[in-house]
Write a protein that binds this ligand. Structure first.
Ligand code: ATP
Length: 227
């Protein structure tokens, strides 16, 4: 399994429940949509998976690593196995497209001579190699999201977590981004996508997990999103 949650509960201060007694298995290589109303617990799940938050009770195991045994010291290295993509892209505005993607590699101290080659390969995959010297504000929203995806993938993560990756994009661009995520999945990366985009969820015929009030309400292999 890539992801296992066993009876996971996350309780915030003042008794606010983020997730309650959630158990879940996601196999290596799966593509999964996480859907549900605002406040249902989707972001809580993503933050627990990134270990940005700790569980109140229960167990999380990702790629063989039990989160309880993950020390603060090992956390950065562990997180490098995960790529993350957000609704608001989160690119560095004063860096070029190339530098934005290269930055992820400099952080992990990839030898300089490899960086250029790998960054260019990633930008080629997302169709933006010819824009590598542009700055983020010279790109459309969809293009910026492609850069963010290239950045998330440049260290070859086993797991890609995307929180509302198409939330700021028009329907056609959103579809292109979902198709790109699907292609990435086909090359072996496990992909989890939180989204409110019903049309795309229904069109893509992937596994859909519906969260409601901190519980898994529905989990279907080729699911749809009707609520
Ligand atoms: N830091 C926090 N402190 C207290 N309660 C919180 C905190 N973060 C989230 N919650 C509560 O936990 C529940 C789940 O929130 P979460 O952010 O996971 O929902 P969501 O499904 O991601 O919503 P959205 O679609 O609006 O992003 C909500 O009731 C929310 O109020």
């Amino acid at each position: 399994m890539m992801i296992t949650l066993k009876n996971v509960t996350k309780e915030y201060n003042k008794g606010n429940i983020g997730l309650e007694d959630v158990s879940l298995d996601i196999a290596k290589g799966e593509f999964v949509f996480i859907v549900g109303k605002s406040g249902s617990g989707k972001t809580t799940l993503m933050k627990l998976l990134q270990k940005e938050l700790d569980v109140t009770s229960g167990q999380i195991i990702v790629n063989g690593q039990d989160y309880k045994k993950l020390t603060q010291r090992n956390l950065p290295k562990f997180r490098r196995q995960m790529g993350m993509v957000f609704q608001d892209f989160r690119l560095l505005k004063d860096r070029t497209i190339f530098e934005n993607v290269a930055f992820a590699q400099q952080v992990v101290e990839v030898p300089h001579r490899y960086i250029k080659h790998q960054v260019e390969n990633m930008l080629e995959m997302v169709g933006l190699k010819d824009r590598m010297n542009a700055f983020p504000n010279e790109l459309s929203g969809g293009e910026q999201q492609r850069v963010a995806i290239a950045r998330a993938l440049v260290n070859h993560p086993v797991l890609l977590l995307a929180d509302e990756p198409t939330g700021n994009l028009d329907p056609v661009t959103a579809k292109g981004i979902m198709e790109l995520l699907s292609e990435i999945n086909k090359s072996g990366t496990t992909v989890l996508v939180v989204t409110h985009n019903k049309e795309l969820v229904n069109e893509m015929g992937k596994r859909v997990i519906l969260i409601e009030d901190g519980h898994i309400e529905q989990d279907e292999i080729r699911g749809s999103y009707d609520i």
